[in-house]
Write a protein that binds this ligand. Structure first.
Ligand code: GLU
Length: 479
C-alpha cells in the first residue's frame, strides 16, 4: 500500500504552533515510507475565513521546510485541493447518501434547534438532534423544498448496536450508536461541514493515514459510518494527544504566542521548531534530543508516538533553538544574525561579534539587546564589580583595573591572542585568580553582568581606544 498523508488546516490566517506537530508527523510518516504528503485547505467554515490566509499558510510551511507533494500551490492528480472549489463533488456524494437512505433532509428552524439545545442543557443532557425530520415522507420533503423552506442534510445514524473503530495508537474504541448525533453533513447554504467534506476528500485523495488531534476522536464513529455507507476502505487513524501549557490548560493566546509566525519573528529557527514539535509526542529510543529533519525521517516510527498529553515548555524550545544554532556553521549563523545588527555601529567587526554570539545565542531576537553595549556603555551600578563567587571587593577591583592600564597601553598588535597573553601573564605574576582580574574588566567594558563573550573577546572587538577609555571610566566610578 502506498502511504499518502494529508495536512488539512483551516485558513485562519496563521499556523498554530500545535499544528506543526501534526504536519510534521504527516511529513515524517510519508517520507519514511516513500509516500506522499498532501496539503488540503479546509475552508468550508466561511466564518473563520481570513483573506490571504492560504498564501500565508503556504509561506510559513515553506519556511519550516515542509515540502508537499500535492496541494493548491503545486497541483496534483487529486485536486482541487481547496474544499470550496470542490462543492460539486460533495453534491454528487450527498445525493448518493440520500439515495441509500443514509442521510435525510431536515427543515428544523434555527429557533427550534436553539430551544431544543437549551432544554437539553437544562436537563443536563448532551446536546443532540432529536431526529424530528428523520422520517418525513417523500411528499413532505418535496413540498417543503418547493415552498422554499431552508434545509440541512443530516447523517442517518443507526439507532442501536455499536460502531467499532480503530485508532493506531489506542487500538479498538467502541461507540454506542444510540449516543450518536444525526450530525449535519450539508449546511443550509449548501456547503458541507468538516465531517462530510473531510471524509469525501480523504477517500477521493486516496489518503492512507489520517493524523489529527485527539479532539476528533468523538467524530471517529461518525466518520467510520460514512465510509461504511459508501462501502469505502477505511483509512488508518492516528489521534495525537493535546498539547497543554505548563499549568495543564489549553495553549491559548493569553499565555503566550500560539502562531508559528510569532516564533519566527522572535528568532526561533525552523530546525528547532520542528525538533521541539516532534518531541511533543514522539521520542525514539535513546537519549538523543536534537534531531535534524533528515534524522527524524530516518528514525520515525508510529510505534514511538505517545498518547499522554504533551507539555509545551518554552524553556525547552529555547534550549533546542540554541543547540540548532550551534550546529550551524559560523558563516550560516552570520547570515542569520546580520538582520539583528541594524543598530550596531558599522565600524565594529561584525564577523567577530557573530563568532561570540554563535556560541551563546538561544533566540536570535535577543541579539540586539545582547550586543548593544558595544555601541555605547550602558549606565551600571558600582556593585556589579563585586563578583559574588570570588569574594572580590571594590577596592581590589579598582587596584587591578589601574594596574592593567599600562599593560594594555603597551600592546602594539591589538588582537584577542595578544590581549589574552598579556593579561594572563599579569595574573600569573601577581598570583591572582583569573576571575579576580577578568571579572572587573568585563564589567568595565560592558556595564553588564552577563555578556556574550569574555573580557578578551570584548576588548578585541571594542578596540584599544575604547577598551582603555571604558576601563578608566570604571576606575573613576570606583573612586
Ligand atoms: N480542518 C481540520 C482542522 O483544522 C482538520 C482536522 C483533520 O485533520 O481531519 O482541525
Amino acid at each position: 500500500m502506498s502511504i499518502r498523508t494529508r495536512f488539512a488546516p483551516s485558513p485562519t490566517g496563521f499556523l498554530h504552533i500545535g499544528s506543526v506537530r501534526t504536519v510534521l508527523f504527516d511529513y515524517l510518516l510519508a517520507k519514511k515510507n516513500n509516500g506522499k504528503i498532501i496539503l488540503r485547505i479546509e475552508d468550508t467554515d466561511q466564518k473563520r475565513y481570513v483573506k490571504g490566509a492560504v498564501k500565508k499558510l503556504i509561506e510559513i510551511l515553506n519556511w519550516l521546510n515542509i515540502k508537499f507533494d500535492e496541494g493548491p500551490h503545486i497541483g496534483g492528480d487529486y485536486g482541487p485541493y481547496i474544499q470550496t472549489e470542490r462543492l460539486k463533488i460533495y453534491q454528487k456524494y450527498i445525493q448518493k447518501l440520500l439515495d441509500k437512505d443514509k442521510a435525510y433532509y431536515c427543515f428544523c428552524s434555527e429557533e427550534r434547534l436553539k430551544k431544543l439545545r437549551e432544554e437539553q442543557i437544562k436537563k443536563k443532557q448532551a446536546p443532540k438532534y432529536d431526529n424530528h425530520c428523520r422520517n418525513l415522507s417523500k411528499k413532505e420533503i418535496e413540498e417543503n423544498i418547493k415552498a422554499g423552506k431552508k434545509y440541512v442534510i443530516r447523517q442517518k445514524m443507526p439507532q442501536s448496536g455499536e460502531t467499532v473503530c480503530y485508532d493506531e495508537l489506542r487500538g479498538k474504541i467502541i461507540f454506542q450508536n444510540k449516543d450518536l448525533d444525526d450530525q449535519v453533513l450539508i449546511k443550509s447554504n449548501g456547503i458541507p461541514t468538516y465531517q462530510f467534506a473531510n471524509v469525501i476528500d480523504d477517500h477521493l485523495m486516496k489518503i492512507s493515514h489520517i493524523i489529527r488531534g485527539e479532539e476528533w476522536i468523538s467524530s471517529l464513529p461518525k466518520n467510520i459510518l460514512l465510509y461504511q455507507s459508501f462501502n469505502w476502505k477505511i483509512p488508518k487513524f492516528i489521534h495525537i494527544p493535546l498539547t497543554l501549557n505548563k499549568e495543564g490548560g489549553k495553549l491559548s493566546k493569553r499565555q503566550g504566542d500560539v502562531a508559528v509566525e510569532d516564533y519566527k519573528k522572535k528568532g526561533y529557527i525552523p530546525e528547532a521548531i520542528l525538533n521541539f514539535s516532534a518531541l511533543l509526542g514522539w521520542h525514539p529510543k535513546g537519549n538523543q534530543e536534537i534531531f535534524t529533519l533528515e534524522e527524524m525521517i530516518k528514525l520515525f516510527s508510529k510505534k514511538d508516538l505517545n498518547i499522554s498529553p504533551a507539555i509545551f515548555d518554552i524553556q525547552k524550545l529555547r534550549w533546542i533553538n540554541g543547540e540548532h544554532i550551534r550546529r550551524k556553521t559560523l558563516a550560516e549563523f552570520h547570515q542569520l544574525a546580520l538582520p539583528y545588527y541594524k543598530k550596531l555601529d558599522e565600524n565594529l567587526p561584525f564577523e567577530k561579534i557573530s563568532a561570540i554570539l554563535h556560541k551563546r545565542t538561544e533566540v536570535l531576537g535577543e541579539i540586539p539587546e545582547m550586543i548593544d553595549f558595544f555601541n555605547s556603555l550602558p549606565k551600571y551600578k558600582k556593585s556589579l564589580f563585586i563578583n559574588k563567587k570570588m569574594k572580590s571587593d571594590l577596592k581590589s577591583a579598582k587596584r587591578i583595573l589601574s594596574e592593567i592600564i599600562p599593560i594594555l597601553e603597551n600592546i602594539k598588535n591589538w588582537n584577542e591572542e595578544n590581549i589574552k597573553k598579556e593579561l594572563l601573564n599579569f595574573i600569573k605574576k601577581e598570583n591572582l585568580k583569573n576571575g579576580e582580574v577578568l571579572w572587573p574588566i568585563r564589567i568595565a567594558l560592558s556595564g553588564k553582568e552577563f555578556t556574550p563573550g569574555g573580557a578578551f573577546e570584548i576588548a578585541d572587538i571594542l578596540g584599544k581606544d575604547k577598551t582603555i577609555k571604558r576601563i578608566k571610566k570604571g576606575i573613576k566610578k570606583l573612586k
